[in-house]
Design a protein around this ligand. Structure first.
Ligand code: C5P
Length: 400
């Protein structure tokens, strides 16, 4: 599955562009988000309206579309994708890619990206067999560009041979292969997320305002880089991440057991807002008003600290343990002390004062605290925080 993955689809100008409409749908069926970019020639074959209607978002066409402040810049657009797919990749587009020509939005994005690129060439058989195209194909492959197809068959121009664009299921399979064999391939990461619910009696519980949005985004980003992710989540209404093994729990004690059962892992990211205390005087039946006016008194006991427990494991500690510090006061000082006290490697610190709108919101402003550094990240979407964190995790645990 491609849940949570974002694919930038560059549609080139060829008759096979009609297949790109189906490609958008099939990638979405697998859970991916498709951001379409069309060359001017592509718009002669399929309309931007059909493309944007299917993609459910704007079909970018012109570099100057992006000059509006409200739009993403071309650098951001190319970076915000997990993979760039060029389908159909015409002979002209391939040649421009080889030469580094950036004369429209599509080619500029291809120059600006730091992500992998998959092309699905489509052209007349003579153009495909031409020495120039074959030279360009080799050059692109040498540059690390992934290629799917073309296939042999009848062509729209009436000829027969190599040059038909790969069929949509083949392109989808190539996309999955490219995304699932990322830099965290073979790595196992445990992510905790959401709040915990600590029962008072069979119908009441103590909870907190965590939505699980940041945890889900982190799991998605790690899975997007090829990691096997075990996602241990408290009760949430937000969307669960795709492509992960999901373990749903309710209490802190259950969360600890689920994490221990999921180990060994190469890394663990504890994004859950675990309740510090549970009700020790938990009642087996619903607590009722007895008419005497006597108020119930709840007694608390401390919950296990999952982050500290895993950080301090003598045997089987993950290579990298990351905790979160949601603070309302003295964020840096508290978070730095927390890192040392719990024994984790990194703390992602954030200010969850109500006026920040962070708890339960779509954005986050964090500082990544490690033993030797504190990196302040500007306020950005929780998805971007997740991507940045996942990239840092690659740097810390990948073999490559
Ligand atoms: O101590 P505090 O709750 O502020 O610590 C926050 C960090 O510790 C988070 O990473 C959270 O997931 C983790 N934690 C935990 N188990 C607890 C309490 C917090 O894993 N019982």
């Amino acid at each position: 599955m491609l849940n949570g993955r974002r694919i930038l689809l560059v549609i080139g100008g060829g008759i096979a562009a009609y297949k790109s409409l189906d490609l958008i749908r099939r990638l979405q069926d697998r859970g991916a988000e498709v951001v379409p970019v069309m060359t001017r020639a592509a718009a002669e074959f399929v309309t931007p309206l059909s493309v944007s209607a299917l993609a459910g978002q704007k079909a970018y066409g012109d570099l100057f579309d992006l000059t509006d402040e409200a739009e993403m810049g071309h650098i951001q657009l190319s970076r915000a994708a997990d993979l760039i797919v060029v389908a159909p990749a015409t002979a002209n587009l391939m040649a421009k890619m080889v030469q580094g020509i950036a004369d429209n939005l599509a080619t500029t994005l291809l120059m600006a990206t730091d992500k992998r690129v998959l092309i699905a060439p489509a052209m007349n058989v003579r153009m495909w067999e031409h020495a120039a195209t074959q030279r360009n194909l080799k050059a692109l492959q040498d540059d690390g560009v992934l290629v799917v197809g073309p296939n042999e068959g009848d062509m729209a121009c009436g000829e027969y041979g190599h040059g038909r664009m790969a069929e949509v299921p083949e392109i989808v399979a190539a996309v999955e292969n490219a995304l699932l064999n990322g830099p965290l391939k073979g790595k196992h990461v445990v992510v905790t997320s959401g709040p915990t619910h600590e029962p008072i009696d069979p119908v009441r519980y103590i909870a907190n305002r965590s939505s699980g949005t940041q945890g889900s985004a982190i799991a998605n980003a790690l899975a997007g880089l090829g990691a096997r992710v075990t996602f241990v989540s408290g009760p949430v209404t937000s969307e669960l991440p795709g492509g992960c093994e999901i373990v749903q729990v309710e209490t802190a004690a259950e969360m600890l057991s689920a994490v221990e059962a999921a180990l060994p892992a190469d890394a663990a990211v504890f994004a859950a807002a675990v309740a510090d205390w549970r009700v020790a005087s938990r009642s087996g039946s619903k607590i009722k008003k007895d008419g005497s006016g006597k108020l119930p008194v709840l007694e608390f006991t401390e919950n296990p600290d999952i982050l500290a427990t895993v950080s301090q494991l003598k045997k089987g500690r993950p290579q990298l343990v990351v905790g979160f510090a949601a603070e309302t006061d003295d964020v840096m000082a508290n978070a730095t002390a927390k890192r040392a006290r719990k024994g984790c490697d990194w703390i992602v610190a954030n200010d969850v004062s109500p006026e920040t709108g962070i708890m339960g919101g779509a954005e986050n402003a964090v500082t990544l605290i490690s033993k030797d550094a504190a990196d302040v990240w500007p306020r950005m979407s929780k998805t971007e925080v997740a991507r940045k964190l996942a990239e840092r995790i690659v740097g810390a645990i990948s073999d490559g």
